[in-house]
Design a binder for this molecule. Structure first.
Ligand SMILES: *Cc1c(COP(=O)(O)O)cnc(C)c1O
Length: 375
């Protein structure tokens, strides 16, 4: 049997994509805000309930574009519990990341810890809607307003998430999305920046194309972060399938919750109140009472051909470029350090079959039961 990976990218039937490819071959418009690019920006604005969205070549460049457009300096308060792109975006933007701890319940940045870390050098909060679960956006907004800080959300996990009856991605001054192959919505590679202000979108649009405003006018320093027509066309087709994909993932999520609720010392993260998730991750916490630790379960699953992922481990604060920062000290990040040792993401994707999923659950049940038979 081939291994079951933690995710398997969704692809629509190829026949749906071919007419759009033929159009590209006819028009020879390959990039530079072509018709598919413009159509995808408009459709994503409507779908995500936002006003200013700029497509980019990937999520990393989307984060960097937000940091750049925000024109920040000094320190940015951020979470150690994320993919490394988050703190790299701060560093690449010449900012010093200041790590603060996360909350036990949703594993998102803790607003009280943010408040305590604000200094005269702080210019922004860079938070992550971890696994697509909404940050405490009201508390973060209030702190930002009180101290005059910019709020940037790394929303790479949060495509299509709705919170309190509205799209989550309208929160903050900026939100950065990733459309990487492994994400809830993919264009192979791709991303987008959502700006609260139209003026910031103009800055992002200019800087993703070398700072060029008109044919012979360059007004700022910018790189190349443009999305091609190929990726935009793929996005248009993927968007038609997003709700169907979300429903299939939701069914996988529900089966895990039902089965795992019967296993001691395995905890699932609760679905937050008033939230419509995208179900693109299924993190579990392997608590101390379980017969093997997280790494032990990770290995047992791998031996059965099931590739789970320790996501997020190690913490960003324990990685070489960051571990010497004062804020990276373990005492400052006790919850994050504990969670990074217990977390394991189980396979979840729209076409994970029921028998395959039952096989995954059976391995976990087997490990759980063997221990209770121990003398
Ligand atoms: C995937 C991811 C990114 C980077 O996105 P790419 O499109 O791969 O560049 C950034 N932050 C988080 C939290 C991610 O999961």
């Amino acid at each position: 049997m081939p291994p079951i990976y933690v995710t398997r990218p969704y692809l629509p039937p190829i026949d749906e994509f071919l007419p759009l490819l033929r159009e590209i071959w006819t028009t020879r418009v390959l990039t530079n805000q072509g018709p598919f690019h413009q159509e995808l920006e408009a459709k994503l604005c409507a779908f995500l309930e936002v006003s200013n969205l700029s497509l980019t070549a990937n999520g990393m460049l989307a984060l960097s574009a937000a940091v750049d457009a925000a024109a920040l300096s000094g320190e940015v308060i951020t979470t150690p519990y994320s993919f490394v792109a988050t703190s790299h975006a701060a560093k690449i933007g010449q900012l010093e990341p200041v790590f603060v701890d996360i909350k036990e319940g949703d594993l998102n940045i803790d607003p009280e810890a943010i408040e305590a870390a604000v200094t005269p050098r702080t210019s922004a909060i860079l938070a992550v809607h971890c696994y697509g679960n909404p940050c405490d956006v009201d508390a973060i907004n209030a702190i930002a307003r009180r101290h005059g800080l910019t709020v940037i959300y790394d929303a790479a996990h949060a495509f299509g998430v709705r919170h309190r009856g509205q799209g989550l991605l309208s929160q903050g001054d900026f939100a950065a999305l990733s459309f990487h192959a492994t994400k809830a919505f993919n264009t192979f590679e791709g991303g987008a920046v959502i700006c609260n202000s139209a003026a910031d979108k103009q800055t992002v649009d200019r800087n993703r194309n070398f700072g060029i405003t008109e044919e012979a006018v360059v007004t700022s320093v910018g790189g190349n972060a443009k999305m091609s027509e190929f990726n935009a066309a793929l996005g248009l087709v993927q968007l038609e399938h997003f709700e169907e994909v979300r429903r299939k993932r939701a069914a996988v999520d529900a089966r895990y919750r039902e089965a795992l609720s019967r296993i001691d010392a395995i905890d699932c993260l609760a679905i937050p109140a008033d939230t419509e998730p995208n179900f693109s991750y299924f993190p579990i916490l392997v608590r101390p009472g379980f017969p093997v630790n997280r790494d032990g379960l990770h290995e047992r699953l791998a031996a059965a051909g099931i590739i789970s992922r320790r996501y997020f481990y190690p913490l960003l604060s324990n990685m070489a470029p960051y571990r010497s920062l004062p804020s990276a000290a373990n005492e400052n990040l006790t919850v994050a350090n504990r969670i990074a040792e217990q977390i394991l993401c189980l396979p979840i994707f729209p076409d994970l079959s029921v028998p395959d999923q039952m096989g995954i659950i059976a391995v976990i049940e087997d490990v759980a039961s063997k221990a209770s038979n121990r003398p």
